[in-house]
Design a protein around this ligand. Structure first.
Ligand SMILES: [Zn+2]
Length: 119
């Protein structure tokens, strides 16, 4: 998102010292940085609690999820990330739905090797 979803640009937060960013998941201080593949992302500063729900996914995985979300929206679907099914039976990285309610697809970001039987 050009405004990071909050009305601020990447230049407003990248390499700004001291960082005033905090994680929406756990409240821990964060930094805006670039991955080795130059993917902009946010990372907890050292010492963050290990159980933060916003942590644990690589910048490349987050970027792929963002690509899935925006591509579905550009194709005319309603799309949301991290959608949980009834009773927590499943969780979609991105759930794309027909605005008329006729269909929906769960889109999963998968960057590591996986076999058909594991899928
Ligand atoms: Zn956090």
């Amino acid at each position: 998102m050009t405004d990071l979803g909050c009305g601020r640009s990447w230049d407003d937060v990248y390499r700004v010292k001291p960082s005033r960013l905090t994680c929406e998941g756990c409240g821990w201080p964060m930094n805006a940085r670039l991955s080795p593949l130059q993917v902009p992302h946010f990372a907890h500063q050292p010492g963050a609690p290990g159980d933060c729900q916003a942590g644990g996914e690589s910048p490349d995985h987050l970027y792929l999820k963002w690509c899935l979300l925006t591509s579905a929206q550009e194709a005319g679907a309603e799309a949301a990330d991290e959608v949980e099914g009834p009773g927590g039976a499943w969780r979609a990285d991105v759930l794309a739905s027909d605005p008329g309610g006729r269909w929906r697809f769960a889109l999963e970001a998968q960057l590591s090797r996986i076999t058909p039987s594991d899928i």
